[in-house]
Design a protein. Structure first.
Length: 254
């Protein structure tokens, strides 16, 4: 499971695995691309969190407080004249427990960052291509097409969807209507239905063939399903408008 891989990666990165477990993890890294991505993401998250904490005023205040506790403890130890190898004072024990609690919170935050995957969300935003709907057809559906185009181009997908659904029901062979209807479905969380329509478009020979493949790939990227994302990106033909973006994204996912 994804969460198991993330937790295993966190334990590996933090040095909490045994030597045998480390070897097993590193063996998995050789062929598990998803695990490699999690490890890279964990280090990125760790660096980002460290930078954030370095510049956070509350964290600086915390460090100052800890330093004062250290000074107080060692000052008391010097005054009593007790040797350094005696049992730790209660204050020192509490301090270590507090530091462990702070580290635990940081670890939870790091795992949470990986589960929420803000970097993958950024990747989706960077590579998502939402085309505008242009209407050139003439005929009895002209007004409905215009209405659908306006709503779609304003990214009002929930409003555009029922209009496009009506047009699609009337003429499911119209590739332009099918494609934009499918996109409106994807954008309103009817992903399975949208993918089915896009898959049918890909099987055909319309000008939306490569658009369909790329849109399906992006729908899987949004769900963090890398294998499926790569599968559909590789179907984008060389020379297609989306080809360069598809290849660039494939490199980032490898």
């Amino acid at each position: 499971m994804t969460e198991d891989k993330i937790l295993l990666t966190a334990r590996y990165a933090e040095g909490d695995l045994s030597a045998e477990e480390c070897l097993a993890y590193e063996d998995l890294l050789r062929h598990d691309h998803e695990l490699k991505a999690y490890l890279l993401d964990y280090h990125d998250a760790h660096g980002s969190l460290r930078m954030f904490m370095d510049y956070d005023s509350e964290r600086n205040a915390l460090v100052a407080g800890i330093q004062k506790l250290n000074e107080a403890y060692f000052a008391n130890e010097s005054n009593t004249g007790e040797p350094k190898d005696v049992a730790e004072k209660p204050a020192a024990v509490k301090l270590k427990l507090y530091l462990r609690w702070v580290s635990g919170v940081a670890a939870i935050l790091l795992v949470g960052l990986l589960v929420w995957s803000p970097w993958r969300a950024d990747l989706y935003q960077e590579y998502q291509l939402l085309p505008n709907m242009s209407v050139t057809e003439r005929g009895v559906m002209r007004n409905e097409l215009d209405k659908a185009a306006v709503l779609f181009n304003e990214r009002r997908f929930a409003d555009a969807k029922p209009v496009l659904a009506k047009l699609y029901a009337a003429d499911a062979t119209n590739a332009m209507i099918a494609f934009h209807f499918a996109i409106s479905l994807l954008e309103t969380n009817e992903v399975a239905k949208g993918r089915l329509i896009l898959a049918d478009l890909f099987k055909g020979q319309s000008v939306y063939k490569n658009d369909a493949a790329y849109a399906i790939a992006m729908s899987y990227l949004k769900e963090d399903k890398k294998v499926d994302t790569r599968f559909w990106l590789e179907k984008v033909a060389k020379g297609a408008v989306q080809y360069k973006k598809a290849q660039a994204l494939l490199k980032k996912l490898s």
